[in-house]
Write a protein that binds this ligand. Structure first.
Ligand code: F0G
Length: 455
């Protein structure tokens, strides 16, 4: 029995596809053995991402009708702005169509040739935005110690940051970015202690501190659970404390906005905001809609209130914890502790006989699909490996992870029980699984388009 109950009942339902084993084999072969290329109508349970996949509430669906589609100064913008001002304390609010637009615009203003952006870990689109500004994205995550459970594995290594800032390259650092929670590093939270420490170092060196706040509510909740002294605080209070420590934030609102599209730039500095607004006009739309419809702004304004409800967040964290525990009992090496938005499994430990160049995490993910129609994402050598020099073998990723992402309010405990059953079957035959060869690949972000064949 799960240790939690979904804090909602279901009003509208959507059938899920049940392709036969033969149909799954055919679909995967046609897709070049790349799950990104498999059509959703061939997927039974889709845990590819928690981004843009949330189920909206009745209140959000009702809010859509109130959407004001005026080109400039719509009511829906005023509602969005007032919810975000109250939530973040930032005065300057700019909507954009999704997270990567926000980071491209803000980082484009902050960085230039030879500059450095430091982060606990830049998400891959954030790194791409830093590099598009001809700057360097430097990740300084806290070191992980084998066998030790770190409640704040998402933290930034403050000692390493202090050393960098005091060293020869210190003057090249133009911003510090804390990704909360740290998606590229196991979805782990960042503590208030760590955010405050980063703030002090930034103040000492006159550098701005920004949050990639895509999963701010989940980070806030995990602080109430894990950080000494905050058990009696509400997620809303913690969220505000986190924002108070920063100069601004950007976010993909496709996660904790509880809607299917949207992004945000929120700043204190009016001059920086007005430079960003010019870019929003050039690439997104008038600054009161930023590439979104009025109804999207309404759904987001409502979603941003709902996402901080303690009952919802408790369910979110508990379901991830329980799901991770069940996968572990089923024989999978699960990264512990789990965060909220996903459970990460180290497929490299199950497929030690498959070399990183033969993509063990992909082999494991593909087998989950073939066995039970489940789609997860690979975070191994296909995503983080680098093509070898002069056509040589790929340089492997540090770990062969797969991510079971949890769309918000979409799947029930019985769906997750089905995933655990399938994963158990796959884990039991891991020693027989074969790897893959890359037949064709693009440049950056090759995982989206690569075509593979069984090795
Ligand atoms: N920052 C973080 C921490 C993210 O996880 C993402 C997206 C983005 C920025 C970019 O936002 O997709 O709205 O443009 N993460 C998704 C994922 C794609 O599956 O983890 P976006």
């Amino acid at each position: 029995m799960p240790s939690f109950m979904e804090p909602f009942r279901i009003k509208a339902v959507e059938p899920i596809p049940f392709p036969s084993p033969d149909e799954r084999h055919e679909a995967l072969a046609i897709a070049g053995y790349n799950l990104f290329r498999v059509p959703a109508r061939k997927i039974t349970i889709d845990l590819l991402t928690d981004s843009g996949t949330a189920a909206m509430s009745a209140a959000q669906w009702a809010a859509l009708m109130a959407g004001d589609e005026s080109y400039a100064g719509a009511n829906s913008f005023e509602r969005f702005e007032s919810v975000l001002r109250e939530l973040t304390g930032f005065s300057e609010i700019l909507p954009v169509h999704q997270g990567r637009a926000a980071e491209r615009i803000v980082l484009g203003q902050l960085l230039g040739l030879g500059d450095i952006s430091v982060s606990n870990t830049h998400f891959d689109s954030t790194r791409a935005s830093v590099e598009a500004a001809d700057a360097e994205a430097l990740d300084l995550p806290v070191p992980s110690y084998a066998g030790i459970l770190n409640p704040f594995g998402g933290d930034l290594d403050l000692d390493a940051l202090a050393e960098l800032l005091d060293g020869n390259s210190g003057s090249r650092v133009k911003c510090v970015v804390l990704t909360i929670t740290n998606n590229a590093n196991g979805g782990q939270p960042v503590s208030l202690l760590n955010i405050a420490g980063a703030r002090r170092l930034c103040d000492r060196h006159g550098i701005p501190l920004f949050l990639d706040a895509s999963r701010f509510a989940e980070n806030a909740y995990l602080i109430t659970q894990r950080e000494a002294g905050y058990a009696d605080s509400t997620p809303h209070e913690i969220a505000r404390t986190m924002f108070d420590l920063a100069d601004g934030c950007w976010a993909s609102l496709k996660k904790d906005g509880l809607a299917n599209i949207g992004g945000l730039i929120a700043l204190r500095d009016a001059a920086l905001a007005s430079r960003c607004a010019e870019q929003v006009i050039a690439f997104e739309g008038f600054p009161t809609y930023g590439g979104l419809a009025g109804r999207d702004l309404e759904a987001l304004a409502q979603g941003l209130l709902e996402v901080l409800e303690p009952e919802y967040l408790r369910y979110r964290a508990e379901s991830a914890r329980w799901f991770g525990e069940q996968l572990e009992l089923a024989g999978l090496p699960v990264l512990q502790p789990t965060g909220c938005h996903a459970v990460y499994v180290d497929a490299g430990l199950l497929l030690e006989h498959v070399a990183p160049q033969a993509l063990p995490a992909t082999a494991f993910a593909n087998e989950l699909y073939l066995t039970g129609g489940i789609r997860v994402s690979e975070l191994g050598t296909l995503v983080f490996g680098k093509p070898g020099h002069d056509g040589g073998p790929d340089l492997p990723a540090p770990r062969e992870l797969v991510r079971f992402a949890l769309p918000r309010r979409v799947y029930t405990a019985s769906h997750l029980e089905y995933v655990v059953d399938v994963a158990e079957v796959v884990a039991s035959k891991a020693a027989q699984l074969r790897g893959y060869r890359i037949l064709r690949q693009g440049g950056a972000m090759r995982q989206f388009t690569a075509v593979l064949e069984p090795a």
